[in-house]
Design a protein around this ligand. Structure first.
Ligand code: N01
Length: 484
């Protein structure tokens, strides 16, 4: 049997939950949220690796409609964020709308509506909202010989908690935001840790501390105080990072802080040389940690900088011919950010998939609406990611825009809205122009910010406040519309 709803949302991370809460508050009752897992949380439910925590200050990492006076520290640990999302889900009454265990297999625009096939049956809807997020699907590198490896293999985003790492010889592949968090957490437990580093990241000090009971009380009694701190951090962070990002020469000054951090924490000059990056700070996501470098200096850790030639049943052979005997391989190799599963899942007008629509790179008007895909809005779509601030702010901007679109459709009796191709083109050209001379494209590195052609189709290159302004109103003039 096919279920029909006015609105279908996919995913229950920050995007899907925020959307569901706002829909309910706006009086839309006929909606369901499809979730493949058995609880909410998105990437904050899936990433349970030891040491997982947010590298964005806690004050920024909550919805404006659900401030959290109870964050325990400047940078919240993963279980607290997952718990926060569960609490928001229940406090705002959206859990009954969620269909857990419903993995979306495809969504197609057919006969003026969306038909969605899930692992548990079909749905049809007028409006399809994607909250699937770019950090959902782990990326596994293709290592020759991996299928013959006799030990244990898993990805940091699918941590194997049934396996004790105590006494094991572990290979970690990757040195991004995830690895720098779990490496110090597992180093004391494992017998040997072989860290396969392709590119050394820049690592800044992490100014973390516990939030005191007195502070929490103030936030609880005077929410405006927390709001003011939040606004202050936004401006400070964004002005600094964006100022630097647009002027790579100045970014080199910030590098000095990271260089000092490395020199202070790693005394061995050979190890320090291995860990010194050769690109401008900010080109990849800037990492923060106080325990990563000290962990690498421990005697049971080896930083391997030669490339991986092949995997054998009992280890990894590098390009220099050395064999590293290991019984466990942990991938800290990130996510499929520019090769999203949604690209093959969603088919718009004339059966065209997002992958086909995006042959020249991912693009969307305001990172949200895509020509050829009527009544479809994508949360955290192309060029809405951030290297400098909180994604929750971007998500809330998109949610407000989508709600305004729904209100406009209701008020004007519109059955279909589809962004005009030329409007999308103009927006995307603007984003690419302002991306041109930034650290993200000219910093001398590759990163998940760039697609296989070197285009930055992931980041928003400006202040989040500017994005908020652009998404404040849904302009039906930007869309081709069809009346009821
Ligand atoms: O993934 P990454 P991540 N052989 O893509 C290496 C968010 N996040 O999971 O730099 C060898 O950054 C790759 O090497 P290189 C945050 O937005 C947030 O760590 O490409 N190595 C790199 O070192 C973050 O940016 C938090 O040369 C290979 C690593 O794997 C995003 O998630 C915490 C390889 C991948 O790094 C992703 O972070 C954690 C190969 N074949 C994550 N393929 C917060 O605190 C890849 N690598 C909020």
């Amino acid at each position: 049997m096919t279920e029909q709803h006015r609105i279908v949302v996919i995913g229950t991370g920050f995007a899907g939950i925020g959307m569901a809460v706002r829909l309910k508050q706006a009086g839309y009752d006929d909606f369901v949220v499809l979730e493949r897992a058995d609880d909410v949380g998105g990437t904050w439910r899936d990433n349970t690796y030891p040491g997982c925590r947010c590298d964005v200050p806690s004050h920024l990492y909550s919805f404006s409609f659900a401030p959290n006076p109870d964050w325990s520290s400047t940078f919240s640990p993963q279980p607290e964020i997952e718990d926060y999302l569960r609490k928001v889900t229940d406090a705002f009454g959206v859990r009954p709308h969620i269909r857990f265990g419903h993995a979306v297999e495809s969504a197609s625009w057919e006969d003026g509506g969306w038909r969605i096939v899930t692992s548990e049956g079909e749905f049809t809807t007028d409006i399809l909202l994607s909250g699937m997020g770019p950090l959902a699907e782990p990326s596994y590198p293709k290592l020759p010989g991996i299928e013959d490896f006799e030990g244990e293999v898993f990805h940091s985003a699918r941590w194997n908690h049934d396996l004790s790492l105590s006494g094991r010889k572990v290979a970690v592949i990757g040195t991004g935001a995830s690895a720098i968090q779990f490496v110090p957490a597992i180093q004391p437990e494992v017998e040997e840790l072989h860290l396969f580093q392709r590119t050394p990241p820049w690592v800044m000090p992490r100014p973390d501390r516990k939030i005191t009971a007195a502070e929490k009380m103030v936030y609880r009694r005077f929410p405006l105080v927390q709001k003011a701190i939040r606004a202050g951090i936004y401006w400070g962070r964004e002005s600094m990072v964006l100022g630097f990002a647009k002027l790579p020469a100045i970014m080199k000054q910030a590098q000095k802080v990271a260089e000092k951090h490395l020199a202070h924490q790693v005394r061995d000059p050979l190890l320090r040389a291995k860990l010194t990056p050769d690109f401008t700070l900010g080109c990849k996501r800037v990492l923060i940690s106080d325990d990563y470098y000290p962990a690498l200096a421990r005697p049971n850790v080896e930083v391997v900088t030669d490339g991986i030639a092949e995997v054998t049943p009992t280890g990894i052979v590098t390009d220099d011919g050395v064999k590293h005997e290991v019984d466990t391989i942990i991938y800290g190799t990130g996510f499929k950010v520019t090769d999203l599963p949604v690209m093959d899942m969603v088919h718009g007008r004339d059966g065209v998939s997002l992958r086909e629509a995006w042959v020249d790179g991912m693009e969307a008007h305001l990172g949200t609406a895509i020509a050829g895909f009527p009544n479809f809005f994508m949360l955290i779509g192309p060029n809405t990611g951030l290297g400098h601030s909180s994604m929750v702010f971007m998500i809330e901007s998109q949610i407000a825009y989508i709600l305004d679109a729904l209100k406009t459709m209701d008020a004007q009796g519109l059955r279909e809205v589809e962004v005009r191709r030329e409007v999308q083109r103009a927006f995307v050209d603007g984003v690419r122009a302002s991306m041109r001379n930034t650290i993200w494209t000219r910093g001398g590195c590759t990163s998940w910010y760039l697609d296989s052609e070197g285009r930055n189709t992931t980041l928003w290159p400006s202040f989040t406040f500017r994005f908020r302004r652009l998404t404040r109103r849904f302009d039906p003039g930007d869309y081709q519309t069809l009346a009821m």
